[in-house]
Design a protein around this ligand. Sequence first.
Ligand code: NAP
Length: 335
Amino acid sequence: MTGKPRVWISRPTFPDIVARLEPYFEVTAEAVERVFAPAELASRLASLDAAIVGLNQRIGAAEVANAPRLRIVANLAVGYDNLDVPALTAAGIAASNTPDVLSESVADYTWALMLATARHMGAAERWLRAGQWRANGFKDWLGLDTRGRTLGILGLGRIGQAIAHRAAGFGMPVIYHNRSRLPAAVEAGCAARYVDKPTLLAESDFLVLAVPLTGESHHAIGAAELAAMKPTAVLVNIARGGIVDDAALAAALADGRLAAAALDVFEGEPAVHPALLALDNVILSPHIASATWDTRRAMTALAVDNVLALFGHGPHAGHPPSLVNPGVLAARPAP
Ligand code: NAP
């Protein structure tokens, strides 16, 4: 024991970035990916002052019940549906996320999924690799052009706006729906038109989901919403599993009530609904929208900055840059 506060990093990250903690903390970092069961997680947290965790770790009241020293849980993600923030706040524990630094990478990946889906890239590649390419029919693999088609975005926040900014280059008009309409200047910057949710569903040729997972957004796209979409439409979920009812989506895709979909996130992931695995008109990826070298490094750096700052160190000393429950500092001042 060094007498320094203790920080634990639940998954392998980037040693050169994490090294910034070492002058001030006793640092323990996991060397292999694994998910800690609730009891083991609780026992890890019991002796810690800070934890940097991935979104595959669920942390709530039970996990922090015996962690009297714990001051911050820094999530390596912008979404924090894996954290019970009210429970952490009640325990006087700060929670932070990694906003902004991943928006451009996630937007790039969303467009990759949109284009790959519109042009059958997954199915065509599987067909070629299976040795089925004998000749090219003039009417084989016909896909959708993007130009002139309407891009709908549910959740025009940081990521949604980065997605919208790219639409001009593809000649796509943008419509969006949030719970609150954005200021006119933001709408103008994205060339995006506000519509209600029924209009978003009815008019989108490509519908991208970029909302956080909350009680309100759970199954925001279910059987009724899928039935309200154009049968020629493409649905892209880069937000969170659980926002789409995956069983209802698989049924709509199988029945031709929706043309195609792309999913980076799944209900109950890493499990994937078996009906989706059997379909050719859906592109599936293992939750990798933010997985670039630059972005995963920037996410790690922001998590480290939050921990350093809470303990009065680093470039933001005393002012963690991205707390999701900043009020907790008033109730339990930083060490
Ligand atoms: P953000 O800036 O908070 O934007 C979220 C947007 O969704 C806001 O415009 C918000 O506007 C809207 N919204 C929230 N709840 C809504 C609801 N029930 N109905 C309609 N609109 C709603 O968040 P962000 O940084 O863009 O990130 C968005 C989400 O993307 C994250 O929470 C995360 O789950 C996901 N994500 C996924 C990946 C991946 O690897 N696949 C990577 C990064 C992020 P209002 O508040 O006005 O409704």
